[in-house]
Design a binder for this molecule. Structure first.
Ligand code: 5GP
Length: 193
């Protein structure tokens, strides 16, 4: 089933190290509008702390491709030139709507631009960080090797050139302020609907 084109979708993008994941978990608790996190599908193997069906749907390359061919994705992309595919299933947007909430998608820039094309009412938010912070946070995470870190920093630089395509830009210098700012955005969008 394809969700209606006017379903509310919130897209949050930002380079690795921009603090997206932390912001998302705070928003799920604090947003004035009910948000339902879309669980993406990926061909990347799970990290030790990740759970299938919670963090991602971990799919084999073959299954991902079969579902892509079947038109099950709202968008999908090979992210960070990693060789791994990531995508948002249409059924996730529908699930959010069925649960009476807005779908919250934490996805890369390419995916976000595709979602904006398909759902013109998308509330698109780009989260950035003072540049020196990216590298520090990426390294502090300690889950990636040097080559992966370098590639992610390059991607971050490229992604920053797309900032203007987003309806809202938020700088995550202080977490509380960034979360509050996004909550205010969501509240004003809801009021203007
Ligand atoms: P990670 O492997 O660190 O979990 O995620 C890597 C990147 O994939 C992140 O920048 C994230 O925004 C992006 N990503 C996660 N899910 C999706 C998705 O469904 N679609 C797209 N296009 N990108 C995604």
């Amino acid at each position: 089933m394809t969700p209606a084109p006017d379903v509310p979708v919130v897209v949050l993008s930002g380079p690795s190290g921009s603090g997206k994941t932390t912001v998302v978990s705070r928003l799920l608790k604090e947003s004035p509008v009910k948000l339902v996190k879309s669980i993406s599908a990926t061909t990347r193997p799970p990290r030790p702390i990740e759970t299938d069906g919670e963090d991602y749907y971990f799919l084999s390359t073959e299954e991902f491709e079969a579902r892509r061919q079947a038109g099950e994705f709202l968008e999908c992309a090979e992210v960070h030139k990693s060789g791994y595919w990531y995508g948002t299933l249409l059924s996730e947007v529908q699930r959010a709507s069925d649960e009476g909430g807005w779908a919250l998608l934490e996805i890369d820039v390419e995916g976000a631009l595709n979602v904006m094309k398909r759902y013109p009412r998308t509330v698109s938010i780009f989260l950035s960080t003072p540049p020196e912070e990216y590298e520090r946070r990426l390294r502090a995470r300690g889950t990636e090797d040097e080559a992966v870190i370098r590639r992610r920093l390059q991607t971050a630089e490229r992604e920053l050139t797309f900032v203007d395509r987003y309806r809202y830009q938020v700088v995550n210098e202080r977490l509380d302020d960034a979360v509050r700012e996004i909550c205010n955005i969501l509240e004003s969008v809801e009021r203007s609907d």
